[in-house]
Ligand binder design. Structure first.
Ligand SMILES: [Zn+2]
Length: 422
């Protein structure tokens, strides 16, 4: 085999039609009448999907190993096979009304990189691997991102094995039933760097007319419950000046949840702040009673923990001011928090450089949704490549992507992996 260093990276391209054909063939397993895919984790259909992908991997000369949570690793040796592998992948389980591309694209793009290197007769210095993580979607079994989560030590193998579906079947039994309860201990598998290609699952790339999203990280999330307490009173006899109307104060604070998201851009001026009130309850919820109490949810997100902290302080200060002005009590109680996960600068740069070499329009992007790459970023330098999906729609049978974008994202993946693997 030829040494990669002798070649100009910029001339290398994957085979787009072959990748597209593989995506369409995998999508026939669990195909729904509306053009989507229903292939829930660890069902017989998931087993058939796994069988097809691993058959393709073996046909491409890859070595297939499976760990005890059913993660599948498909390996192409390097010139120095003792180096930690450069890994790519995603998941092939879907939502009940899932699409053809979510997850499947990341796995099959990795396989296409391997097939392309076979065509070119190229061997990399470090080994390359494609991974299919178990149960990313969390639809049949919780928690979500189960395979990568166990691999990264976020929760234990025993916890994952004991998770049950609505019929009481366990993950461990279902892994056994489809033949994917492997021998390898999850996590005892070195990773040199990790890349994941994925449809954006949102509308930003399409809105900007860009082909490649250079994903800089995954948003941090803060959830709160807020309670505004006033005093119920009759809507007729109580003059306006003598009311303690909890809803009027609550709606002013709700407006500030949204405004807060606009107030916290990154240092470079880009704003990934998000503020959402999604649930509201009004007591006593009666037409002719001044509301005495309002409870509502607050969901704040931003690109770094520091920005999430700043939004936290902002909304608390606004609430304190509103409480002082109105004389009503306002409490904000944290419910849960997920740290922001910035991706490694080297991986982000590798994706950006590849997109530029290939002449694709690109922009920085953040992920508002979780991905297996979030857990991998705890273990190794990691990065993600987004491509647009039609109307930003995902987790839906009508999820669609442009074959040219599918091909472009895979070309970026090829170059980014080769840059890391040498
Ligand atoms: Zn996905």
């Amino acid at each position: 085999m030829t040494a990669l260093t002798a070649l100009d990276l910029a001339t290398l391209r994957i085979n787009g039609p072959r990748l597209w054909a593989s995506l369409m063939e995998l999508a026939t397993i669990g195909a729904t009448p509306k053009g989507g895919v229903c292939r829930l984790a660890l069902t017989a259909l998931d087993g058939q999907g796994r069988d097809l992908v691993t058959r393709w991997a073996r046909e491409a000369g890859l070595t297939v190993t499976v760990d005890r949570i059913g993660n599948i690793f498909m390996r192409r040796p390097g010139r120095d096979d003792s180096l930690p592998p450069i890994v790519t992948g995603s998941h092939i389980d879907t939502q009940p009304t899932g699409g053809k591309f979510d997850g499947n694209y990341g796995v099959l793009a990795g396989l296409e990189v391997m097939r392309t290197l076979n065509d070119l007769g190229l061997q990399t210095e470090a080994p390359l691997e494609v991974v299919a993580w178990t149960n990313e979607e969390g639809s049949r079994f919780v928690p979500v991102m189960m395979g990568s989560g166990v691999f990264a030590g976020a929760f234990s193998l025993e916890t994952a094995h004991a998770a049950t579906d609505l019929d009481g079947r366990t993950v461990k039994d279902e892994l056994q039933a489809i033949g994917y309860l492997g021998a390898e201990v999850p996590g005892q598998h070195p990773i040199g760097a990790y890349f994941e290609t994925h449809i954006e699952q949102g509308p930003v790339l399409e809105d900007h007319g860009k082909t490649i999203g250079i994903v800089t990280g995954v948003l941090g999330i803060r959830w709160y419950d807020c309670v505004v307490t006033g005093m119920e009173a009759h809507a007729g006899p109580t003059p306006m000046a003598l009311r303690k109307d909890a809803l009027q104060v609550a709606t002013r604070l709700m407006q500030q949840v949204v405004a807060c998201a606009h107030r916290h851009p990154q240092a470079d001026g880009v704003n990934h702040g998000r503020g959402t009130v999604g649930m509201v309850q009004v007591f006593p919820n009666s037409r002719n009673v001044i509301p005495g109490r309002v409870t509502f949810s607050i969901d704040l997100r931003n690109a770094s923990d520091a920005l999430c902290d700043a939004m936290d302080a902002d909304i608390r200060a606004v609430a304190a001011r509103l409480a002082a002005d109105s004389g009503l009590s306002i409490t904000i109680t944290p419910v849960s928090a997920y740290p922001a996960q910035p991706f490694h600068a080297d991986c982000v740069q590798a994706v950006a450089a590849a997109a530029e070499r290939l002449g694709y329009s690109a922009m920085p992007a953040v992920s508002g949704a979780g991905h297996d790459a979030v857990y991998m970023a705890r273990l190794a330098p990691a990065g993600m490549i987004f491509i647009p999906c039609k109307d930003g729609i995902s987790h839906n049978e009508i999820e669609d992507a442009d074959p040219a974008h599918i091909e472009a994202g895979c070309n970026v993946l090829l170059q980014a992996m080769l840059e890391r693997a040498g």
